[in-house]
Design a protein around this ligand. Structure first.
Ligand code: ISL
Length: 547
């Protein structure tokens, strides 16, 4: 399948390998499990799979702590199996995207182990950010930077002679020491890793924490209490030096005859800074998180959509539409809350949630996102309308976000619960009947109606909606990448989103609290819910064939 710039209009499905399908029976998802479910993914109708890290890892952060970027963790399978998976998927027309984690390595990575052994001042330590502590005895961290998972971003080491020693920087967990991207070897190594996976058939890479690789080498304290002054460089986010790194990566991607995509995970509040990375010689595309951070509100969504397209048009990069991923509260739960936006700062469990309402909105949001111009990312389980699991017992939660905040942050395991495939009770076909262990995270006892098997063939299920929508999207040339136009109606309806894709396709989403009439001269191609009396009820979306 040779298609230039295949990512521009693609529907990309995120596989969280550990929780997708467990063929081995140890309670952990694996590559054999994914291979067994390829027909399901082909039938769903996605164009590509993005696999969360499957490399060898102690799993201190679900695999985002990589010990060896060229090995598959034995828990998941083997390298040969990964290659087989990539080619079997391609036989079904599905491309593979691998997850590259360049900001940090696992503390079990050979480089970090060597750095610990080699001691202060060694070239081995120069690959990381080792510094003496402040205070009389070096007992204070080198600066005030915070870890994304709570607490200081610095951990003190014990030197080989047993004395308390230098500190090292970790923007995430202590098991994830940050690499020093000033070091030429780090750049070389990552270009080799890219080639390693492109040579094995990966059609793209998702770049983890893509805006955070480069640090101010002076390591200044940061003022967390005042908003970051515009125009001033941040000590560890979005630094100008990043662009040079991605230009070398682009050269690697462009050296392949079949197009390879660079997809950035860029959490940047300023859309213009975001667009700076989407250049003909840098990243092809990046996740648009403003969409999932937006509340279920027509005016707010209209603004996000308009701004997103305005930012992408001049750089000729496709917009992306992301409703969920493995770090974010599940869509049905998010939209079922009073505060329906998403913000890391006010993520909490126990907020009153109306799941019926949330699921209805998630269905409408699915049709909305799949009708917008550009590519769409679909996180496993969203096609089953899984809710966030909020009652995982504390001793089963693995996410460092939960443990390092002392439980004040619920962490992200609630959206990582193993997929229910069939059956009436856990493990719902996630593991085989002969399994020796329970699923690594417990599944709710009331998920029988949400299994893929229960939803298969049910005309009203979320799975059926996604299958139909993805089929229409594939066959409708006006969908995917391309222009869109807001539809104006005679009477302004600020709480209704209506837009046209091409001359004969329209999408209308009703976010008001009352039914609204459907546009004239149109036939319904697909609706996310019943349309009694030919009107569009609240929290409902339709796709229309217009004349
Ligand atoms: O810094 C942030 C917001 O300002 C975060 O959003 C951060 O960029 C994001 O959490 C990075 O996430 C990714 O890298 C983490 C890993 O735990 C996540 O699962 C992954 O998606 C560390 O590798």
């Amino acid at each position: 399948v040779h298609e230039p710039q295949w990512w521009r209009g693609a529907a990309i499905y995120q596989v969280y390998v550990r929780s997708f399908a467990d063929a081995g029976g140890d309670g952990v998802g694996d590559l054999a499990g994914v291979r067994g479910r390829l027909p399901y993914l082909a039938d769903l109708g996605v164009d590509a799979l993005w696999f969360t890290p499957w490399y060898s890892s102690p799993l201190a952060d679900g695999g985002y702590d990589v010990a060896d970027y060229r090995e598959i963790d034995p828990m998941f399978g083997t390298l040969a199996e990964a290659e087989k998976l990539i080619s079997e998927a391609l036989d079904l027309g599905i491309r593979t995207i691998v997850d590259i984690v360049p900001n940090h390595v696992s503390s079990a990575h050979v480089w970090f182990q060597q750095a610990l052994e080699a001691g202060p001042g060694s070239p081995e330590r120069a690959r990381f950010w080792f510094r003496p502590g402040r205070g009389e005895h070096g007992e204070l961290a080198p600066n005030n930077w915070r870890s994304q998972f709570g607490g200081s971003a610095w951990t003190r080491t014990t030197e080989p002679d047993g004395t308390p020693g230098e500190w090292y920087l970790h923007r995430f967990a202590p098991e994830q020491p940050d690499l020093n991207w000033e070091h030429p070897e780090i750049r070389q190594e990552h270009e080799d890793i890219l080639r390693f996976w492109f040579d094995r058939g990966a059609a793209g890479v998702r770049i983890d924490s893509a805006a955070e690789l480069v640090k101010d080498p002076a390591l200044p304290d940061y003022d967390y209490d005042t908003p970051h002054p515009a125009g001033e460089p941040h000590p560890y986010v979005d630094r100008d030096e990043l662009h040079d790194i991605y230009r070398s990566w682009r050269a690697v991607a462009d050296s392949y005859p079949q197009p390879r995509a660079l997809i950035g995970e860029l959490w940047l509040p300023d859309p213009l800074r975001f667009a700076q990375y989407l250049r003909p010689d840098e990243l092809h595309t990046a996740f648009n998180f403003s969409f999932l951070a937006c509340p279920w509100d027509a005016e707010a969504l209209r603004a996000v959509i308009t701004n997103t397209l305005a930012v992408h048009a001049p750089v000729d990069a496709p917009a992306t539409w992301v409703l969920a991923n493995h770090d974010i509260t599940r869509t049905a739960t998010r939209y079922g809350r009073q505060n329906t936006g998403f913000d890391f700062a006010d993520k909490a469990h126990g907020i009153p949630t109306d799941l019926v309402l949330g699921t209805r909105r998630a269905r409408a949001a699915a049709l909305l996102s799949l009708a917008l111009p550009g590519s769409v990312y679909l996180y496993q389980g969203e096609e089953l309308a899984l809710p966030e699991v909020e009652d995982i017992p504390a001793d089963r939660i693995e996410d460092p976000m939960y443990h390092r905040t002392g439980g004040t942050d619920p962490g992200r395991d609630g959206c990582r619960v193993p997929i229910p495939w069939d059956g009436e009770a856990p493990p719902y076909g996630f593991s085989p009947a002969t399994a020796v262990s329970e699923p690594w995270l417990p599944q709710p006892l009331d998920w029988a109606p949400l299994t893929a098997a229960a939803q298969d063939g049910d005309p009203d299920s979320m799975l059926t909606l996604y299958r139909r929508a993805l089929r229409v999207r594939r066959n409708e040339p006006a969908l995917g990448d391309g222009p869109m136009e807001w539809l104006e109606s005679a009477e302004p309806q600020p709480e209704v989103l209506a837009f046209r894709r091409g001359p004969h396709f329209a999408c209308v989403v009703n976010l008001s609290d009352h039914a609204v009439p459907l546009p004239e001269h149109s036939d319904v191609l697909l609706a996310c819910g019943p349309l009694p009396d030919g009107v569009l009820p609240p929290d409902t979306a339709v796709w229309l064939r217009t004349t």
